[in-house]
Design a protein around this ligand. Structure first.
Ligand code: PHE
Length: 382
């Protein structure tokens, strides 16, 4: 059987075509085949194959027609073959080009689709953390003291008994050590001669940094020391084996008890608001003399002891005052440990328990929440 394909491989006489009218069926057949092929070219590579099959210079269908039909055609047929060929060529060329554009733009469309970025889509929202409430309270207190000339220093949580006790005027067997149930660390003996003398302990307060600071620098000294401290307390709503303090120390040649109470009052008013009152009561610490305990008039009931809706204030338990922290004038004996001249310098020190302060200020009734780090609670203090 002669298909349109192999028809173009033979001269018209072999196909038995002698009259011009017969040509139109032949060309119509070819055109039909072309249109069918064209519809099959879906992508770039099938389009190229298709283009070469029709327009290829050596063996493309149009070249074959020129070679096999046109050139050997009788004079009677030549003009019609030429005209039909031109018509077919115009159709073939324009359709192949149209096909190329269609395929290309479809490619662009799909790559556009693939690479499409919708800027109006909401982004990936990653949860942003916040400072822990304890860290926030540290920051708040640091800001207050920095604003009046104190600097912030930090010290080791693992201490020697010398810094935690002896140099703070707490000799071995001093009964005060009983108040500070201490974690001692059992470390394997070290061969390093420079290693710290054992036993080591977890500092029970930030006060060792009083000593370390004064060892390093001459007066004037004005530092605060935020940090973690440890005591062997059983955990309950108000006790934890780890908690937080800020130590304060100011030493200079002319610091009086008035500077001391004035500074504390300034801090308390900054922290709780200008309407609170402060008072101090005699107390005892081996490293301060005199020692005091500072109280603040309850900021929640306005120092009345009564709750707004009747009954007693739940924060101060009706006492109208809240115990805040221990403090005092630096005991002259301490200066002896750091080579300060006790006759020339004076100063004050205080140790603020941060956890209790944070619980009071932010209405938290269980110290354990500070260590559980439940995000449902952390999120309430962004
Ligand atoms: N270090 C004491 C404590 O933890 C507090 C304190 C600090 C008292 C500084 C006086 C001066 O209880």
């Amino acid at each position: 059987m002669t298909t349109p394909e192999n028809k173009t491989g033979q001269p018209l006489v072999h196909l038995g075509i002698t009259r011009p009218e017969e040509l139109s069926t032949l060309f119509a057949e070819l055109r039909g085949r072309f249109d069918a092929d064209c519809a099959c070219a879906h992508d770039e590579s099938s389009w190229k194959q298709f283009r070469d099959a029709w327009l290829g210079r050596k063996s493309g269908v149009l070249t074959q027609i020129t070679e096999n039909w046109l050139k050997p055609a009788t004079l009677g047929l030549k003009r019609v073959v030429g005209a039909s060929l031109n018509e077919l060529r115009a159709h073939v060329e324009s359709q192949i080009e149209a096909r190329r554009i269609a395929i290309e733009s479809r490619g662009e469309e799909s790559s556009l689709l693939r690479e499409r970025i919708d800027l109006s889509l909401p982004g990936v929202i990653r949860p942003i953390g916040s400072h822990h409430l304890i860290r926030q309270v540290f920051q708040e207190i640091e800001d207050i003291f920095v604003s009046i000339g104190f600097s912030v220093v930090e010290g080791p949580e693992i201490e020697t008994p010398y810094y935690n006790f002896e140099a703070l005027n707490i000799p071995e067997f001093h009964p005060v050590r009983d108040d500070m149930d201490t974690f001692y660390l059992e470390l394997p003996p070290s061969s390093d001669k420079n290693a710290a003398p054992t036993p080591l302990l977890l500092r029970t307060h930030t006060s060792p940094m009083q000593i370390r600071t004064m060892e390093k620098q001459k007066p004037p000294v004005r530092v605060i020391v935020p940090g973690k401290v440890y005591r062997r307390d059983n955990p309950d709503a108000t006790h934890s084996f780890a908690f937080h303090q800020i130590e304060g120390l100011a030493v200079d040649t002319d610091i009086t008890f008035c500077d001391f109470t004035g500074t504390i009052e300034y801090f308390v008013k900054q922290f709780f608001g200008p309407s609170v009152k402060t008072r101090f009561r005699p107390s005892y610490f081996p490293f301060t003399e005199p020692s005091v305990e500072f109280d603040v008039s309850c900021p929640f009931c306005g120092g009345t002891g009564a709750a707004a809706g009747g009954g007693t204030c739940s924060k101060c338990k009706g006492a109208a005052w809240i115990e805040l922290f221990g403090a005092g004038m630096v005991d002259p004996a301490v200066y002896g440990f750091v080579n300060y001249d006790a006759k020339k310098v004076s100063g004050f020190a205080f140790g603020i328990g941060i956890d209790r302060l944070a619980m009071l200020k932010y209405g938290i009734d269980d110290i354990q929440v500070f260590f559980q780090n439940d995000v449902r609670i952390l999120r309430q203090f962004p």
